[in-house]
Design a binder for this molecule. Structure first.
Ligand SMILES: [Zn+2]
Length: 229
C-alpha cells in the first residue's frame, strides 16, 4: 500500500489525490469508507508512483556548481577555484582537473560574474567539441555542413534543427558524457533529412548511432542533473 495522508472534509463530494514534494495526499468526503478509498488508491498506484519518480528526479537537479565547488565537464569532475584579480577570465588546468575563475576586483556583482564565466567556459568547450564531431559525422552521413551552429540554454530540449539548417544545442550538454553528446549530434543531423520522428528518421539515427536507445535513456534518467537553472 502507498503511504498517504488522508484529509477528510464535509464539503467535499468526491475523492481526489495530489502528489506534491514526493508526498501523496488523499482528499475525501466524510461518508466514504476507508476501505473504498484504499481500493481506489490501488487502482491509481502506477500513476502515483510515476508522479513521485518524476518529482524525485526534479529534486535531484544539480546544485549550483559555484556552491558545490565542482562542475562536470563531459562527465568528468573539475574543481572550481574562485579568485579575485586584475581582470575577469577563466583558465583550465588540465593536469590538476581544476578550473580557475577570476573576477576583476572592479566588478560589483561578483556572484553573477563567476556564473557567467563558468557558462562561457562550458560554452567554449561544448562548441569546440560539437564543431569537431559535426564535421566527422557530416562526412560519415554524407551530409552538407549545417548553416549555423549555436549553443544556448534550453529548459526542455537537448538540441534543435530548423528548415534553414541551423542547429542549436543545449549548453548543459557540456556536463554530459561525450558518447551521449554524439547521440544528440546524430539525432539533429538526421533531422536535416527528415524533419520529424518517423521510422525512416530513426532508421537513419540507428545507422550512424546504433546505441541510440541507450543514450536517449541516459538523458531521460540523468538529464535533470545536468541543469542547474
Ligand atoms: Zn528530434
Amino acid at each position: 500500500m502507498l503511504d498517504y495522508t488522508l484529509k477528510r472534509s464535509k464539503r467535499r463530494k468526491t475523492v481526489a489525490i495530489k502528489v506534491a514534494q514526493q508526498q501523496l495526499t488523499v482528499y475525501a468526503p466524510h461518508f466514504v469508507p476507508l476501505g473504498d478509498i484504499e481500493s481506489w488508491l490501488v487502482s491509481k498506484k502506477d500513476w502515483v508512483q510515476a508522479q513521485i519518480a518524476k518529482q524525485t528526479s526534479q529534486a535531484q537537479m544539480q546544485q549550483l556548481p559555484l556552491e558545490t565547488g565542482v562542475i562536470n565537464l563531459f562527465n568528468q569532475p573539475l574543481a572550481i577555484k574562485l579568485n579575485k584579480g586584475k581582470s575577469s577570465h577563466w583558465q583550465q588546468n588540465e593536469r590538476s582537473s581544476e578550473l580557475s575563475l577570476s573576477v576583476s576586483s572592479r566588478v560589483k556583482n561578483t556572484e553573477s560574474k563567476y556564473l557567467s564565466l563558468l557558462e562561457d567556459f562550458l560554452h567554449h568547450k561544448l562548441e569546440s567539441y560539437l564543431e569537431m564531431r559535426i564535421h566527422d559525422y557530416c562526412l560519415k552521413m554524407q551530409e552538407a555542413l549545417p548553416e549555423q551552429l549555436k549553443v544556448q540554454h534550453y529548459k526542455r530540449r537537448w538540441g534543435s534543427c530548423n528548415q534553414r539548417r541551423e542547429l542549436t544545442f543545449n549548453l548543459h550538454l557540456a556536463c554530459a558524457p561525450t558518447w551521449v553528446i554524439d547521440y544528440v549530434i546524430v539525432h539533429e543531423l538526421a533531422h536535416l533529412k527528415y524533419m520529424n520522428h518517423s521510422s525512416v528518421f530513426w532508421q537513419r539515427v540507428s545507422r550512424f548511432y546504433p546505441d541510440y536507445k541507450k543514450a536517449s535513456q541516459w538523458l531521460k534518467v540523468n538529464g535533470s542533473q545536468l541543469r542547474w537553472q
